[in-house]
Design a protein around this ligand. Structure first.
Ligand SMILES: [Zn+2]
Ligand SMILES: [Zn+2]
Length: 132
């Protein structure tokens, strides 16, 4: 199955070749602020991802992480880290359903805001996990 997605204004569209990782929810303070809540992301090797409308794509760098978003509508689309070169995470809500993905983990839960209620069915990693 080949997945595709787009930002809200549809300036940026993308397709994914092959398998995408299941979804991980990241509650770290950077993802919390960038998304306004938390980052729910799938991930692929960068060469699996083909983006069109890239002239609207902006990257915001903070320490070892970069967030990719649409410069026109502001949609959160991607993130990547220098800790894992060649890998890109993709905001799962921008994928066009059905995705056939499931949520497998929630990470950096120690940094979630106090209003948030966690789904206890999803394995949680208070300080992150090594492969995410
Ligand atoms: Zn857009
Ligand atoms: Zn995060």
């Amino acid at each position: 199955m080949s997945l595709s997605g787009k930002c809200l204004c549809e300036s940026i569209t993308y397709t994914i070749e092959g398998e995408a990782r299941d979804v991980i929810n990241c509650h770290c303070s950077r993802c919390r602020r960038h998304t306004g809540h938390f980052m729910a992301a799938t991930g692929v090797d960068a060469q699996q991802l083909a983006v069109s409308g890239e002239d609207e794509l902006r990257w915001y760098a903070t320490a070892d992480v970069e967030y990719g978003f649409c410069g026109n509508c502001g949609s959160t689309l991607f993130w990547r880290t220098s800790r894992r070169p060649g890998y890109v995470s993709i905001a799962a809500g921008t994928l066009t359903p059905p995705t056939d993905l499931k949520t497998i983990a929630t990470i950096y839960t120690n940094y979630a805001s106090d209003y948030h209620s966690f789904d206890e069915a999803i394995p949680s990693h208070p300080e992150g996990r090594p492969d995410a």
